[in-house]
Design a protein around this ligand. Structure first.
Ligand code: DAH
Length: 335
């Protein structure tokens, strides 16, 4: 009888199991109620008395060996099936999530500004970042020796001694786009002109050699300073809420007369100050003349807003360089 048990144990150990179907077969063969282990147990009655103890022990061993092999194979198949599972085995598996980026705070601010001006009936116009001296300065009524033309402020692309060849500059403001627009479009004009501008300034928390402006131009019959003020006040209320604190001050620009500047109250940690967000004014008749528009028929207003300033005020940012450093810890705050 003990020989039979030994043979059974050999069979248990050598039974080939390479997949879960074969494992089920193994279970049915050895471990089920009608399997070989139980069948042999049923022989107990025929075993001579003096051999019963040894037989019982051998049978228990056989049963434990079968169960242990079954358990080991089962967990082996389970772990290998889960780790090797791919989207092809299970198309309902969710894809691994990738980190989601967000729009740059300056882009977000610009989008907010555009939405407001679309509501107020403005269209969008565009112009080159490399400008000639005529559009960047002369047509905007800058006198020949105005300090803004100075090399301290302006990045020159081409500087020419030949009076027939215009200098080329990186535009120092978006105002030249006004000229380009008036050259090709007859009034009425109501457009904003967003874009990058460049100035040769020392980099600090307050200034950078690159920044963004949103220029605006409104030309029609009977446009007045009241229209300009109304538009600017509507803008700051839509941008910062109706309780925003603002003020308008007289200013000076060669291309507007009269000129106004607008400040918004900036507060952080209980300390506050006025922050200038834009220059504006009524288009100077000389600018109309340089662009082929009759100043006897038309009037207009214009402004140039600083996008960084608008964003700084909106989010309480205290260093303009943060916009350009691509520090993920800064950018992640605008998700
Ligand atoms: N171009 C001016 C600057 O960069 C801003 C400005 C002032 C634009 C008055 C205008 C304006 O259109 O009317 O400082």
């Amino acid at each position: 009888m003990l020989e039979q048990v030994k043979a059974l144990i050999d069979e248990i150990n050598s039974f080939s199991v390479t997949n879960s179907d074969e494992l089920e077969n193994f279970r049915l063969t050895f471990l089920s109620k009608n399997g070989k282990v139980q069948s042999l147990f049923k022989m107990m009655g025929k075993v001579p008395k003096e051999e019963k103890a040894a037989f019982g022990k051998a049978m228990n061993d056989a049963k434990n060996i079968a169960q242990a092999r079954f358990d080991a194979l089962k967990s082996e198949f389970e772990s290998s099936t889960t780790s090797a599972k791919t989207a092809l085995d299970d198309i309902t598996l969710t894809a691994p999530t990738l980190p989601i980026g967000s729009l740059h705070p300056l882009t977000q601010t610009l989008e907010d500004m555009k939405k407001i001006f679309y509501r107020l009936g403005f269209t969008i116009a565009d112009g080159p970042e490399i400008e000639d001296d005529f559009h960047n300065f002369t047509a905007l009524n800058f006198p020949p020796n105005h300090p803004a033309r100075d090399e301290q402020d302006t990045f020159f692309i081409r500087k020419s001694d030949d009076p027939d060849v215009d200098d080329l500059v990186l535009r120092t403001h978006t105002s030249p786009v006004q000229i380009r627009l008036m050259e090709k479009q007859a009034p009425p004009i109501r457009a904003i002109m967003p874009g990058r501008v460049y100035r040769n300034e020392a980099v600090s928390a307050k200034s950078y050699f690159l920044f963004h402006q949103v220029e605006a131009l409104y030309v029609d019959k009977n446009v007045s300073v009241a229209d300009l003020k109304e538009t600017l006040i509507t803008f700051v209320k839509l941008m910062y809420g109706s309780d925003v604190k603002y003020r308008l001050r007289p200013g000076f620009f060669p291309f507007t007369e009269p000129s106004l500047e607008m400040d918004v109250w900036w507060e952080s940690n209980g300390k506050g100050k006025w922050l200038e967000i834009l220059g504006s004014g009524m288009v100077d008749p000389n600018v109309f003349k340089a662009s082929g528009i009759d100043p006897e028929v038309y009037t207009g207003f214009a402004w140039g807003m600083g996008v960084e300033r608008i964003a700084i005020l909106k989010h309480g940012i205290d260093d303009i360089r943060s916009f350009y450093e691509n520090d993920i810890r800064f950018l992640e705050q605008f998700n």
